[in-house]
Design a protein around this ligand. Structure first.
Ligand code: DGL
Length: 269
């Protein structure tokens, strides 16, 4: 059973996961760390992402967390083995396995699409996790690198974002026309759920089941979370850089006012 839970992301997108955890378990003792100084992870190499992730999780371990949720899909895809090897006694969860499980539960046809960053798609971690659960499934994955900067710019309900989503999903459906489930394999995509759902339904002529990794990991952790019985649990948010756009970007992911956020300077040795 877990008391204090650390949530780690490459930046602020992981707030989608922290927010889901906090709303489902209001008493949870939460420590969030967003590596905004090194965002984005999605276009970087596996070695670099792993090095950053180990350093960030070390910071959370120093904060006394009992477990770590790697909210970042890219870090989940690349760094889990190194994190588990570095802290063998610490439960470390990524979002890929719960997302894969939710997709397998949702699909009727076994045709599953996955969208994510370049590194997440190159890692093939989602297809591997899905096929381990459902060997007859067919998985089509597509990198959608432009969606992260669009969400960070706050262009959620915006014609450029809609056109970009149409272009990406058009490419995905051309390759795999019979998809019935789509995994939103990036922290930023749940913010675009409305647009993605609408465009997908229009392009396919039927609604698609959308898998949100924030919901999937929260569901998977439910049996293990211990909440304080004194109302809202303690929450601390830290980031490794506070750019001028910080407040606006944070509000995209946590629209109810986010509690105070501190800055930590992490050297990367
Ligand atoms: N957090 C990353 C993910 O979920 C997206 C942003 C980035 O590229 O760092 O894959």
């Amino acid at each position: 059973m877990l008391g204090r839970v650390g949530v780690f992301d490459s930046g602020l997108g992981g707030l989608t996961v922290a927010r889901e955890l906090a709303s489902r378990f209001p008493g949870i003792d939460l420590r969030y760390l967003g590596d905004t100084a090194r965002l984005p992870y999605g276009a970087k190499s596996e070695d670099t992402i792993t090095r950053y992730a180990v350093r960030c999780v070390r910071h959370l371990v120093e904060q006394g967390v009992d477990a770590v949720v790697v909210a970042c899909n890219t870090a989940s895809a690349c760094a889990l083995p190194a994190l588990r090897e570095t802290w063998p006694a610490l439960p470390v969860w990524g979002v890929v396995e719960p997302g894969a499980r939710a997709a397998v539960a949702a699909t009727r046809t076994g045709r599953i699409g996955v969208i994510g960053t370049e590194r997440t798609v190159l890692s093939e971690s989602y297809p591997r996790a899905i096929l381990a659960l459902a060997p007859r499934a067919q998985v089509a994955a597509l990198a959608c690198p432009l969606l992260v900067p669009l969400v960070e710019a706050g262009w959620v309900d915006h014609p450029v974002t809609r056109l970009t989503v149409e272009t990406y999903l058009g490419e995905l459906f051309a390759r795999a026309p019979e998809l019935d489930t789509l995994v939103l394999g990036c922290t930023h995509y749940p913010v675009l759920k409305g647009v993605i759902g609408e465009v997908a339904a229009r392009l396919c002529g039927r609604p698609l089941a959308l898998v949100d990794s924030a919901e999937a990991i929260t569901e998977a952790l439910a049996p293990q979370i211990v909440e304080s019985d004194r109302g809202t649990g303690p929450r601390r948010f830290a980031v490794t850089d506070m750019p001028s756009s910080f407040a606006r970007v944070a509000a995209t992911f946590w629209p109810e006012s986010l509690p105070e956020v501190s800055h930590v300077d992490l050297t990367m040795d």
